[in-house]
Structures are given as structure tokens and as C-alpha cells.
Design a protein around this ligand. Structure first.
Ligand code: ZN
Length: 400
């Protein structure tokens, strides 16, 4: 029997399972051997009937997912800007002498912090990505951020003013490991700052396409607080930031004399009003998702029926793209991506070729399906050569 990651009860209700699906980040070399070795996995999404946490119970070992990870944050300008602005936010608000970041990726946050003269240490389980960070002269350790790692870091680094992790916390099957490490490393008045996809944005923008194997839990402030409190933390500030179509940023502390600001009761109230922890809300979400998938399939069938040879290509070889292609059964001969790590590989499951935007331009497509719909404005601005029709599938299907 599976238990809820936030409240530990076994009161989980299955909402849907779009699987078996390949790993959304499992981009392949275009070889028959790679195709033969490709695995597909179930992806059951549940809601906890006690605390309301939306989560998947099917866990793929993190070394399978992240050891050779092809998501390098510094190749995405929006993320570079986000982390520059986040580093300033941390400095202006807390003026930290030191910051430890788990899930540090290629050092996209460590670098601006280091430039400000802040002592930094990053931890990430991806070998290839931490090497990129170290090659940039940053202090990045390869490994799991847990209590054992924290004890090791403490010996040389000491305690720290800030521990942060962006888009890493919900990737962990035992998020308590991270909280135990934070207990070990935070100074007595230190702060834990977490950024993660927000269940409220997921609901509002119907983002089923970001519900894939590497994301295990979809927190809101209410459900996150349930978990934090089990480890002696309490949230003192919360806000929504634009990353990944709406992310939750929460500041928590072990310091019992620090009181929360007004953002905490305001957000908790809003979540209650929106029914964010109600199973009925997520059942409705599930119904809308199935309708969106059906509509998208129909649009493609209609275009294909009108002219089978009409060139439709796609843009944005992200995890979301993998979900759209596999869940809707879409095939494109080419999908463009700006990340050099992915170009030359093929998409998981459908094996669409990943090309540069310049290669896409040479094909002169009539339609471009924007799988990275949350970056549409930037994609459109960067590709002013395109005079055809953009198909933007979400939050509402539109033709631009
Ligand atoms: Zn629960």
C-alpha cells in the first residue's frame, strides 16, 4: 500500500494514468539499439483524500532519471534571467554570507551568487551537469542531498544562512531527506527557500503535460506546510513566481521566534477557496485533461485529412513535448530545440528528430506546433522568419 508523502496516510485516490509512457526526459540517440532498450512505465497520478497532496506513486530510481541529465538550465534564457533575479531577491532580503543549493544543475544560480561575493556550495546527482558547473569554476558536489551529505558538507563548509532548491524538492521520493539535511546545515536563524511547480498553477492552466515521471509531488502551500511541520519547519513567506508557468516560492525556518508575514494566511485562504486540496477539484481537472487530449488529436486528424503531406513541425523538445506527443499520439518529422545537448537526438517514444531552429527554418513548415507553449512569446519573437500558423495547445488551444 502506498502512503502519502506529506501526511503519511494511505488514503490515496487514483485520478488518472496516461501510461505506459517513456521517460519525458529520456531523449535517445537515433540508433536501433537505443530504440530497443527504451522502456515505458506507468504514471498513476493520485490525490490524497486526507491532506490533498497530488502525487504519483510510481517511482523510478533517481539514478535512472538524473545521472546523465539533458536539462542544462543555463541554455534557457528565461531560466538564466529567473535565477539572476532570484539571486538578487535572496541578497536583498536576507543578505546571506553563504548559500547551499541542492539540485544546483549547471550552476545557474551559484554563478550570480558567487559574483556577489557570497560563499556557495551546490549539490546535484547528475554527473554530467555538475561537471559543467565545476568547469565554470563553481563549487558543485555530485551526490544526494541527505543527512550524510550534510554532515560531510558541514565539516568543511560549516552551517549556512540559506539552503535553497529550485525544481528539485518534488523530485524526491523522500523529501524528508532534504529537510533532515537542512536541519543539519542551517544556522539557528537560517532560512530554507524552496521553489517548485505550484499545484494551483497546474490546476489553473491545466498543466497535465508537466506531470511526468521525474515530478513526484505537486505541492501547494497547504500540503507543503503539512510536510514541513513534521520536520520542525514553519513557512514564514510565500509567493508565486513566473517560472514554469507559475511556481511556488516558500521560505521556511526552524527558528520558532520568527513569525510569518501576511502572505501565509492569504495564500492558505486562497487555496481553501479554490478547493486546491479537495479531491473533487482534481477529478474535474482530470475530465478537462481528457477533453484537451481528445481535441488535440482531432485537430491533427482534421489537418491530415485535408492534406496528408502538409508540413507540420514542432518547437520545444522539452518534457512537456514528450507528454503531448506520447499522450496524443502525435508524430512530427522534426522538432526544434535551442539546447545543444538535445539536438541530434530523438524524442522519447515517438523518435521525432530534434533539430536546431535554423534546420527547422530550412524545412519551411506551414504549421508549427508549440510544445513549449509556456515559452511561446519568446519562441515567436526569436523566430520572426516564420509566416505560417503557430498551433499553441495550452492553456487553451489556439492558432496564431
Ligand atoms: Zn496526505
Amino acid at each position: 500500500m502506498s502512503t502519502c508523502r506529506a501526511c503519511l496516510t494511505d488514503n490515496l485516490e487514483l485520478l488518472f494514468d496516461l501510461g505506459p509512457l517513456p521517460l519525458a526526459g529520456g531523449f535517445l540517440e537515433p540508433t536501433q539499439e537505443a530504440y530497443r532498450n527504451e522502456n515505458k512505465y506507468p504514471l498513476p497520478i493520485h490525490v490524497c483524500k486526507k491532506c490533498g497532496l497530488v502525487q504519483t506513486t510510481y517511482v523510478i530510481p533517481s539514478d535512472t532519471l538524473f545521472e546523465n541529465y539533458l536539462f542544462s538550465s543555463s541554455t534557457i534564457q528565461f531560466l538564466v534571467n529567473h535565477f539572476r533575479s532570484y539571486s538578487k531577491w535572496l541578497r536583498d532580503r536576507y543578505n546571506p554570507q553563504s548559500v547551499i543549493e541542492f539540485g544546483c544543475n549547471d550552476g545557474v544560480l551559484l554563478e550570480p551568487l558567487k559574483e556577489m561575493g557570497i560563499k556557495t556550495c551546490g549539490v546535484d546527482i547528475s554527473q554530467n551537469i555538475t561537471k559543467i558547473a565545476r568547469d565554470r569554476g563553481l563549487n558543485a558536489i555530485t551526490g544526494y542531498f541527505n543527512k550524510d551529505m550534510a554532515i560531510e558538507i558541514r565539516k568543511t563548509f560549516g552551517t549556512t544562512d540559506i539552503i535553497t532548491g529550485s525544481n528539485a524538492f518534488p523530485h524526491n521520493d523522500n523529501p524528508g531527506d532534504i529537510l533532515e539535511a537542512a536541519q543539519e546545515l542551517l544556522s539557528s536563524d537560517g532560512h530554507l527557500v524552496l521553489e517548485m511547480m505550484y499545484a494551483g498553477s497546474l490546476l489553473e492552466k491545466l498543466q497535465w503535460d508537466s506531470m511526468y515521471h521525474e515530478h513526484l509531488s505537486y505541492f501547494c502551500l497547504t500540503t507543503l506546510s503539512t510536510l514541513l511541520e513534521r520536520y520542525g519547519f514553519h513557512a514564514v513567506h510565500a509567493e508565486i513566481v513566473p517560472m514554469h508557468a507559475g511556481s511556488l516560492r516558500v521560505v521556511a525556518t526552524l527558528n520558532t521566534s520568527e513569525y510569518h508575514d501576511s502572505t501565509i494566511p492569504e495564500m492558505l485562504k486562497q487555496e481553501y477557496t479554490n478547493g486546491l486540496t479537495e479531491p473533487a477539484t482534481w477529478r474535474k481537472f482530470t475530465g478537462k485533461m481528457h477533453r484537451q487530449i481528445t481535441t488535440t488529436k482531432k485537430v491533427f486528424n482534421d489537418i491530415r485529412e485535408s492534406d496528408y503531406y502538409i508540413p507540420i513541425l514542432a518547437y520545444g523538445a522539452s518534457g512537456r513535448a514528450s507528454m503531448w506527443l506520447n499522450a496524443c499520439g502525435l508524430y512530427f518529422p522534426m522538432i526544434a530545440d535551442e539546447s545543444p545537448l538535445r539536438v541530434g537526438k530523438v524524442m522519447p517514444g515517438t523518435h521525432c528528430e530534434i533539430v536546431t531552429p535554423q534546420q527547422l527554418q530550412k524545412e519551411d513548415p506551414e504549421y508549427i506546433f508549440v510544445t513549449a507553449w509556456n515559452y511561446f512569446d519568446q519562441i515567436r519573437a526569436n523566430n520572426s522568419w516564420f509566416k505560417g500558423i503557430w498551433i499553441v495547445p495550452a492553456p487553451e488551444l489556439r492558432f496564431v
